[in-house]
Write a protein that binds this ligand. Structure first.
Ligand SMILES: [Zn+2]
Ligand SMILES: [Zn+2]
Length: 277
């Protein structure tokens, strides 16, 4: 419980810290990772391919992780989960009193995916590597709250069940949202109101796609239209093909000027507001 107190204290001093571990689409280029990020270095949102090692690259100890939020259970968003569980077990001696990792994700798939991640580690043969997290399945529309944050979710437009998260940091008052993979969806614009920052996917680069029932992905202009409708302050585009970054930013900024595309390792700090009571 000591770690949770520390995270609140740091948040109060610095604001809410978002650290991008990866920003790429399905298969990252060498040295990059797929879209994933940390909140206050305690919560990991999607695992990318290499989350534990990427955390160490940027000076964050994976042993500090308290939560993993999974937006949806496509491979590029959970493929690093066995690595995280293996890391926590291998370094258990560093922090023997560490509470179990809490994993939040879409109710349709999260329990099965976590079980498969544990099985991938062959725990029946190697019981010493077993690391059993607590799982909190959420249906779109459900919420979760503890003493440091609150999350509210809505459905994304994607071939598997996906959660768009609206996150409120109780220590700083900051509100921001992230979509995971989704096509353009006006429901999301409603859901993310009052967010300082919206982190939205842009798999189709500079192309405007619309509601796209086939693949369930957005272009940068679709993300910009959501940001504009929701009246957020800032839009971050992730999950964009790396060769289309510049064109994607330009196309989004024509609709929503305050758009950027973070680099791997980039840190964004949301200012301290009145704490939520
Ligand atoms: Zn997906
Ligand atoms: Zn994806």
């Amino acid at each position: 419980m000591q770690h949770r107190k520390n995270s609140v204290t740091e948040s109060q001093q610095k604001g809410t810290v978002i650290r991008f571990l990866g920003t790429a689409t399905v298969v990252p280029a060498a040295g990059h990772d797929t879209a994933s990020f940390l909140i206050n270095d305690r919560i990991l949102v999607d695992t990318g391919w290499y989350a534990a090692i990427k955390m160490k690259t940027y000076g964050v100890n994976p042993m500090d992780l308290e939560y993993v939020f999974i937006t949806h259970c496509h491979h590029d968003h959970y493929i690093g989960l066995p690595h995280i569980l293996f890391y926590l077990r291998m370094r258990k001696r560093e922090r023997p009193d560490r509470p179990p990792l809490k994993i939040i994700g879409p109710a349709d798939d999260i329990e099965r995916v976590v079980l498969l991640a544990r099985q991938f580690l062959q725990t029946e043969r190697f019981p010493d590597v077993e690391c059993i997290p607590d799982i909190y399945p959420l249906m779109p529309g459900e919420s979760y709250e503890d003493d440091i944050f609150r999350i509210d979710t809505c459905a994304t437009r994607h071939p598997v069940q996906g959660l768009c998260y609206r996150y409120q940091d109780k220590a700083t008052g900051a509100i921001f949202s992230f979509t995971g993979d989704t096509a353009y969806s006006p429901v999301i614009a409603e859901h993310v109101q009052e967010s300082t920052l919206l982190i939205h996917e842009a798999s189709h680069g500079p192309k405007e796609i619309g509601e796209d029932p086939a693949w369930g992905h957005a272009g940068a202009p679709d993300a910009a239209r959501i940001a504009l409708a929701a009246e957020v302050q800032q839009l971050a585009l992730i999950h964009c093909p790396e060769e289309q970054r510049d064109a994607a930013i330009t196309s989004a900024q024509m609709i929503f000027p305050n758009t950027f595309m973070p680099e791997d390792g980039q840190v964004v700090t949301l200012g301290v507001h009145d704490p939520i009571t």
